[in-house]
Design a protein around this ligand. Structure first.
Ligand SMILES: [Zn+2]
Ligand SMILES: [Zn+2]
Length: 836
């Protein structure tokens, strides 16, 4: 079997070396051409490339090579998201230093990527654990500190006791750690935050101004930012003059339906509201129970809400009535003011809670006829609402806010679900946070000239306790940058999402050492024109990168508002119904695939098997099919090379075309197939990335070549046949090049070309070739000739049928009769068969 195969191993090595030697994909700014910045999300150096990598890099390389051929100056870089926990875990398990583990993995993966033959500019490789990289984010950290965009505060965090690490909300799954499945607890710790909330409004506004992003990603980002508009106002505590609770609501119009109020158990006023040791003890018990739950659990819709009624009562300012006050788990301190007015008539959570605790429910919106539900969140006319009665909800909201303002009780208020970005990690393998704690001066940023604060090499990693850096005396003990006295360094490191928030800017000038990046280079290349990566990064990485770019813009470092003009989120690679993973034992190793079938086959398969945004279901037949197709191209071109070389190269001068020499109908039809393929493939790449249908179109053209070759032998002069075949074959190579670059480059050379295929212009469909000749079709009704019709050759049957039925002469014979069926003989006749 393998003896039939073209020598892909030899060819792939040859062209990888040739592209490297000629530095074909090394780029620099060039204002004479439009630029195209094509970027795949850089990988974490886990050590091995997996099929998910093959898929995303094949997509990126296709687009990069396609854009080269369209005349763009293409930046296509690669690097390593090199900090992170796996290196630290490997160190604990195997005793190998995270730096050694990481750099060895990078070497392995780079070698694997080179065997895929991707058009990277390897001079621009960036590695985030290099102090020459992270020193710049330390500098930006200090700038952010100066502007109040970085700050330190104590907060409650999710804590995995086994991983000894802080977990983000989305790393807690059903109360358990996403990595190790341990039960998650909470902790109060001091940590560093980036003030992403300051940019909430701008991040949200730009969600409507990035048409190149998938709508579902934008929706996820909008929901994550979670803007809600409403009012904030005070509820006086009954009998406690001067003491009041501030509440936030998105429905100020429902104030007359407020039958109780709720505080988050962590609310700072709780302590002041309890009276007597008994109530205090009960409240503290309740607080510690709630503290064991994650926010996700507390706010889950399908679980009972737990609450504790306080003896204190508050006053509803709309009705002047005294109402009960609760602490309850479903209200979070981190949203709004940590206190709510409860309106069970219109809010389902409040309704559930009210039923559970026997509290009154007042409807303030008229229900639609036949409504049998519980809380009613929909539109309607206000009822039971005093001065708001009879109004529609939007107007009632405005009027309620005006009323609160007039009475000095509150204001209109916008709230966001988005929280500030906690960037502190109690880990070793990350970028040190460049601040120092001095007994005399307090917290002091490191001096700029002392950057980078280099991560020390000599460290003991046990996986237990807090920050490993706290144990490294040579690192911790330092001099205060301000007074020179003895001081201690910060021992937390930065979240690795900080490194991935600006690597795309570093690629523009990766060796620049006077700053984060060279302004002119970034101005030329940015923004990224096409970003490609997995949907799992839809929120965090992409939102952080957008935020960080805006901060850099406001620091005067870049002119772009947004880092990524367009985004392609590719699906996962699955096998036997599950994501490929070591634990499931369903991993296909790309190295094996490349060894058996070649990199071109691996790439073609992953582009052909599914549209990029869908999951790709692995199947061995698909790989074999991709391999067979490339062999089919090879087996045509190599034996015909001598004949094809007798014809002028089709691409030499744009218009020295076989059209000039084509005199036969077969020749014209064949040439139309060639140019229809060009139009289809170009359209499919440009619109919605339909790479799979583009490949199908190329396969059809190859079939047409195989059919044309013997058929044309006697029907036209040899020169004409050779010219047409050459045009067809060269078109196949040009169109297929970005999908399978090695084999096409080799065949291109064998057809006598000396320049690289990827320096050729992408073919353009010739409108003359696309034009179909007309034929005359006979129109019959019940087998009798009734007229004639002129249509294009090979017009679609449905179209010919429609034209025939609409024809006046046919219509005249159809009066009073029902059409039973219509027979279409392509390019010859249409017979309409009637029933009397
Ligand atoms: Zn864990
Ligand atoms: Zn000091």
């Amino acid at each position: 079997m393998s003896s039939d195969r073209y020598p892909f191993g030899e060819i792939e090595a040859k062209w990888q070396a040739a592209w490297e030697t000629s530095r074909q994909f090394r780029v620099s700014p060039d204002t004479s051409r439009p630029k195209f910045y094509c970027l795949e999300m850089f990988p974490y150096p886990s050590g091995r490339i997996h099929m998910g990598h093959v898929r995303v890099y094949a997509i990126g390389d296709l687009l990069a090579r396609y854009k080269w051929m369209r005349g763009y100056n293409v930046l296509h870089p690669m690097g390593w998201d090199a900090f992170g926990l796996p290196a630290e875990n490997a160190a604990i398990e195997h005793g190998v230093h995270p730096a050694i583990w990481t750099y060895e993995n990078i070497d392995n993966m780079r070698a694997q990527l080179r065997k895929m033959g991707i058009s990277y500019d390897w001079d621009r490789e960036v590695t985030t654990c290099d102090p020459a990289y992270y020193r710049w984010e330390q500098l930006i950290f200090i700038r952010m500190l100066e502007r109040g965009l970085a700050y330190r505060k104590r907060s409650t965090v999710n804590w995995c006791p086994s991983c000894q690490t802080v977990l983000a909300n989305e790393q807690v799954e059903a109360g358990r750690c996403w990595r190790c499945d341990s039960e998650v607890t909470t902790r109060d710790i001091d940590g560093w935050f980036f003030k992403i909330t300051e940019y909430a409004e701008e991040l949200l506004a730009w969600c409507d101004r990035l048409p190149g992003w998938p709508e579902r990603v934008m929706t996820m980002q909008r929901n994550w930012i979670g803007k809600s508009e409403g009012a904030e106002f005070d509820l006086p505590v009954a009998g406690r003059p001067g003491l009041k609770l501030r509440v936030f609501t998105t429905r100020p119009d429902t104030g007359f339906g407020m039958t109780y109020a709720v505080l988050a158990p962590e609310h700072p006023l709780v302590a002041a509201l309890v009276s007597g040791p008994e109530e205090r003890a009960a409240v503290e018990r309740f607080q510690s129970e709630v503290a064991r739950q994650s926010e996700l659990e507390r706010t889950a819709e399908d679980r009972p809400k737990r609450g504790l009624r306080l003896t204190a009562r508050v006053v509803n300012p709309f009705t002047a009535a005294e109402i009960p006050l609760f602490v309850a788990d479903y209200v979070l301190m981190t949203y709004g003011t940590g206190a709510i007015m409860a309106v069970p008539g219109e809010d389902q959570r409040d309704w559930d809670f009210a039923r559970q605790h026997g509290l009154p429910i007042v409807e303030t919106v008229e229900r639609p006829a036949g409504w049998t539900g519980e809380a009613y969140p929909g539109d309607g006319v206000k009822i039971n609402s005093g001065f708001l009665d009879g109004l529609a909800i939007p107007e009632a909201k405005r009027k309620a806010i005006d009323w609160l303002v007039q009475h000095g009780l509150g204001t209109a208020k916008v709230n966001y679900r988005l929280r500030d970005w906690g960037i502190s990690r109690q880990r070793y393998w990350g970028a040190p946070i460049p601040v120092v704690y001095c007994p005399a001066c307090g917290m002091v940023p490191e001096k700029e000239e002392n950057l980078p604060v280099v991560l020390p090499r000599d460290v003991q990693l046990s996986g237990k306790g807090g920050s490993p850096l706290a144990e490294v005396a040579a690192f911790v003990n330092t001099a205060c940058p301000r007074c020179g006295g003895p001081a201690r360094r910060e021992t937390d490191t930065m979240d690795t999402f900080v490194e991935s928030s600006w690597y795309f800017l570093r690629y523009c000038s990766p060796n620049y050492d006077h700053g984060m990046f060279e302004r002119a280079a970034a101005d030329y290349w940015m923004p990224v024109d096409q970003y490609i990566g997995g949907i799992e990064h839809a929120v965090l990485h992409l939102l952080y990168a957008r935020f960080y770019t805006k901060v850099l813009r406001d620091l005067g470092l870049t002119k772009v508002d947004e880092p990524f003009t367009a985004l392609l989120s590719q699906g996962m690679v699955i096998k036997d119904g599950a994501k490929m993973s070591k634990s499931k034992g369903n991993v296909v190793d790309p190295d094996d695939l490349i060894r058996t079938f070649g990199a071109d086959t691996a790439r073609l398969f992953s582009l052909f098997a599914a549209p990029p945004e869908k999951d790709l279901d692995w199947n061995d037949h698909g790989v074999e099919g991709a391999s067979r197709f490339l062999n089919r191209v090879w087996r045509f071109v190599v034996p015909h090379a001598e004949e094809l070389l007798t014809a002028p190269p089709a691409r030499a001068g744009a218009a020295t075309r076989s059209s000039n020499t084509t005199s036969t109908a077969e020749g014209r039809a064949f040439r139309r197939t060639i140019h229809e393929t060009i139009a289809r493939v170009t359209h499919d790449i440009e619109h919605d990335f339909h790479f799979n249908t583009a490949i199908s179109a190329i396969m059809e053209l190859v079939n047409a070549i195989y059919a044309f070759e013997p058929a044309a032998r006697d029907r036209m002069p040899a020169g004409e046949r050779a010219a047409l075949l050459r045009e067809a074959v060269e078109t196949v190579l040009l169109l297929l090049g970005p999908f399978a670059p090695h084999v096409t480059e080799e065949l291109w050379e064998r057809l006598g070309h000396c320049g690289s295929l990827f320096k050729q212009a992408w073919p353009v469909a010739d409108p003359l070739a696309l034009k179909r000749d007309d034929v005359t079709v006979v129109l019959q009704v019940d087998g009798k000739v009734r007229g004639r019709l002129t249509v294009e050759v090979d017009a679609a049957e449905a179209r010919v049928q429609d034209l025939a039925l609409a024809d006046d002469r046919v219509q005249a014979w159809l009066r009073g009769r029902a059409v039973e069926r219509v027979v279409v003989v392509p390019n010859r006749l249409v017979n309409v068969v009637t029933r009397a």
